[in-house]
Design a protein around this ligand. Structure first.
Ligand SMILES: [Mn+2]
Length: 318
């Protein structure tokens, strides 16, 4: 593809490269950015390549981030992975210092901030896109990068469950495993093992979710409840996928109090109705079936519940 070549040539052109991804990083964001960094370093050992943003402690195995002196930004190429909008880019305050910005993403576009863009919302994950980019150019894959990319892809597809898992996804993962000999079954453990307190909190969530007659499930996790279960404000986001495939629930949303940041984290999912428009209207966004937001008021909780319920109702009516 032409875009692969364009991205490769731009990478080749620069001596310094900064790779960013979204705030509150998930394995796809971390796997794509850190994987790409290792691939560029393997291909061009003399280049300086840094990943920026704040680290998520629970995903340490996805690679560390770098300490970067912002003075080098002006001479660097910026590559932004897995991030559709400017305000969700982690670790970069001012995009205008960069002459060239590459965006590689599988979210529907929100902000047009890059001069070179590869945006394809049919791709399972940005990790899949990085594997494709590598195999279609002179970039060199490494085993360590492959492990990160595999985990990110597996995590974003929920182990090849979601509908944007394609024959291409299967083919390229198969090639990745063949080429790099990653011990892929052992890679699941870091991703899926979790403390008993998480499971107990999940039990609480199953017990306490409210389900409307239109098929909206909603739940609030207060700071008090989080403390009781020894959990943090990331918990709602980490556990929200566990409500898929429940007869009575079409759309579901978890509101988690984040006392440190003085806001409420919103994580919404759907198995039919399109929900990202609702979250975009409340300081968030995401995929059509998987979106999030950060809000500050109790009123907004009620607005989101009402709007998502309406979306579910409309979907059922059709
Ligand atoms: Mn992703």
């Amino acid at each position: 593809m032409v875009i692969h070549k364009k991205i490769y040539n731009k990478i080749k052109e620069y001596d310094k490269i900064i790779i960013a991804r979204h705030i509150g990083p998930d394995p796809d964001a971390l796997g794509s950015s850190n994987g790409l960094k290792e691939i560029i370093k393997e291909t061009f050992p003399k280049k300086e390549v840094y990943t920026v943003g704040s680290m998520a402690a629970k995903f340490k195995f996805m690679g560390e981030i770098d300490k970067v002196d912002e003075d080098i930004f002006k001479d660097s190429l910026l590559i932004v992975c897995d991030t559709p909008n400017i305000k969700r880019i982690d670790g970069i305050e001012d995009l205008s210092v960069f002459k060239d910005i590459i965006k590689i993403d599988h979210h529907p576009e929100i902000d047009d901030f890059a001069n070179i863009k590869w945006i394809d919302d049919s791709k399972s994950s940005v990790c899949q896109m990085i594997i494709e980019l590598t195999y279609n150019t002179r970039l060199k894959m490494t085993k360590s990068a492959a492990e990160k990319l595999f985990r990110g892809l597996v995590s974003d597809t929920e182990r090849f469950l979601y509908s944007y898992t394609s024959a291409d996804t299967m083919r390229i993962v198969s090639r990745l495993i063949d080429d790099t000999k990653i011990d892929f079954t052992s890679l699941y453990e870091d991703l899926y093992r979790r403390p008993l307190s998480d499971i107990k909190l999940l039990g609480y969530m199953y017990q306490n979710i409210t389900v409307t007659e239109n098929g909206l499930g909603y739940l609030k996790l207060s700071d008090k409840v989080l403390k009781e279960f020894n959990a943090d404000a990331g918990s709602g986001g980490n556990l929200v996928n566990n409500f898929n495939n429940i007869d009575e629930i079409l759309v579901w949303v978890v509101f988690t109090e984040d006392i440190k940041q003085n806001l409420i984290r919103v994580n919404a999912r759907s198995r039919g109705p399109i929900i990202n428009k609702v979250l975009e209207n409340h300081n968030g966004g995401g995929h059509i079936y998987s979106s999030g937001a950060r809000i500050t008021s109790e009123d907004e909780i009620n607005e989101i519940i009402k709007e998502l319920d309406e979306v579910a109702k409309e979907y059922k009516r059709k």
